[in-house]
Design a protein around this ligand. Sequence first.
Ligand code: PSU
Ligand code: MN
Length: 334
Amino acid sequence: MALPRLPRSLPSSLVKSLQRNAPIDIHPQIHHALLTHAPLVALESTIITHGMPYPTNLSTALSVERIVRETGSTPATIAIIGGRIKIGLEQPELERLAESAGKAEREGGAVKVSRRDIACAVAMRKDGGTTCSTTLILAALAGIKVFATGGLGGVHRGAENSMDISADLPELTRCPVGLVSAGVKSILDIGRTLEYLETLGVPVISYSETKDFPAFYSPRSGFQSPWNTTSPSTAAQILFTHFQLSLQTGALFGVPIPSQYEHTGSIIQAAVEQAITESEKNGMSKRGKEVTPWLLKRVGELTSGKSLESNVALIENTARVGGEIAAEYAKLER
Ligand code: PSU
Ligand code: MN
């Protein structure tokens, strides 16, 4: 027999952090949504500070929030502003982050924040774009169960020597959050990324008619996911079951880019290969957290902005899917 439902309170980990006076600001709309079991979708901010140029980064950040709202869910863009962790941003804060894109840190640019950087960025009062890894951590802390983004980090090509594996992957083992993305980009080693996710025990589900795992700019990577569905309620049920059983990890939903961008995807692929070759020659491939932003920027230049157009389309698409899954998930929790 089901136990009577208790009124929802904030997650105990969040309450504990707030009691310790941790520098976290929960936007009132999000606070309200948490207390009423209303659907929420976390959104990352490294895509604003390091993933796209101004002003497209700003227009995209605003449009993904609007799209999430259209599905009946509430967007929670997560970032660090002046050393405060923000769960949900006001428009001037989004503008501040967007305008800092492309600026070096010493010129007031925001830092790219993974788990290892959170405490430093906060203590030194920085502005920070949260990567998928940090956004997963903060979404989990706030009790947000669905997170929509464009591209997840992964195992880099040549990682057998460089050991460059994104902090996003291990974070999926610690944070019970469903991450909705357009797959991983072909700047990465997609096969090894999927192998590593299998090792880590993270469910991977293609959000499509087939098991084809998407490759960001292209609907198919040539690799398969173990599962697929096109139903937001099935996706929500997967997450719900996973969390009911305390399986602890997150889950990854791979949503293919809309089919009208498929042709552009093959053109962009050539630019990706060229950018990678250049990064190996000029030493960028050994520059840690700078690698991914550099490759994204270079692919944008080589495709005269075509990659950016695809990037906007695919994240708007994952935002819609994320909103739909979150709306179904909230029904299960109610
Ligand atoms: N891939 C993209 N756009 C992005 C990123 C990845 O297509 O903006 C960002 C995400 O925030 C992701 C981070 O979490 O880059 C991964 O960086 P790294 O490869 O350094 O772990
Ligand atoms: Mn890396």
